[in-house]
Write a protein that binds this ligand. Structure first.
Ligand SMILES: [Zn+2]
Length: 226
């Protein structure tokens, strides 16, 4: 059994970024823990829906619980960092939160965002993960991989960008990925928006075709020790 940790900024990033891979780990009997940094809705409460905020929050939590059930995630922890405003918080606080919540976990594999994502919460989460799990002598971590999240990763047009160099065949788990995404139906959009089921399928097929499989998820290896 491998201890796997997934750290995401928003609930639904786990489904978009590595839902098939999580389902595959679960099927292999691995223990998967999910850490979600924000509640995924607070900026929208502040700007659009002051009255309905708590209902939205509960809905989003319920969607997260359903997604965890679909993917076989053993446990999840949700933080309350401000959605789309994690840059208003000191990086040290984010690092300390991750350290505190994963204290006795001893993960061997960690999946998180790309530091190059356009979304500021994604980028800061990735930076905080790399800091919290810096390679100290007693570290349990063997592998850190960043995943891609449609409508953030590919919208970064700078010279420093996510590059998939690690592929996981999810052909047998693609439908689980779709089912987890459907838990967040309110976050999905119509094609040609990249956060649509058509675009999700296109990316999974492209990553799959890259390695001669029907469906895959692409990652960028950040650190690995054998
Ligand atoms: Zn996100």
């Amino acid at each position: 059994m491998t201890n796997v940790l997934v750290v995401v900024a928003h609930s639904d990033d786990e489904a978009l970024g590595c839902g098939g891979t999580i389902a595959k780990h679960s099927a292999n009997g691995d223990k998967v823990t999910l850490l979600v940094m924000t509640d995924g809705i607070s900026s929208r409460i502040a700007s659009h829906c002051v009255d309905g905020g708590s209902v939205d929050k509960n809905q989003r939590l319920s969607a997260l619980q359903k997604s965890c059930n679909v993917l076989g995630i053993s446990q999840f922890v949700q933080g309350d960092f401000p959605d789309n405003k994690m840059d208003s918080v000191e990086l040290l606080s984010i690092v300390q939160f991750i350290e505190e919540k994963t204290k006795n976990l001893n993960p061997e594999i960690i999946y998180t965002h790309s530091v190059d994502d356009l979304n500021i919460d994604h980028s800061l989460t990735a930076q905080a993960v790399l800091t919290a799990f810096r390679p100290l002598p007693q570290s349990s971590v063997k592998t850190i991989l960043s995943f891609e999240v449609l409508s953030s990763t590919e919208w970064q047009f700078s010279s420093s960008q996510f590059q998939a160099n690690w592929f996981i065949d999810i052909s047998d788990f693609y439908l689980k990925k779709v089912a987890s995404l459907q838990c967040y139906s309110e976050e999905l959009r119509e094609f040609p928006h990249p956060r649509s089921l058509i675009a999700v399928q296109a990316l999974a097929q492209l990553r799959g075709a890259t390695i001669g499989k029907c469906h895959a998820e692409g990652f960028q290896l950040l650190r690995h020790q054998s």
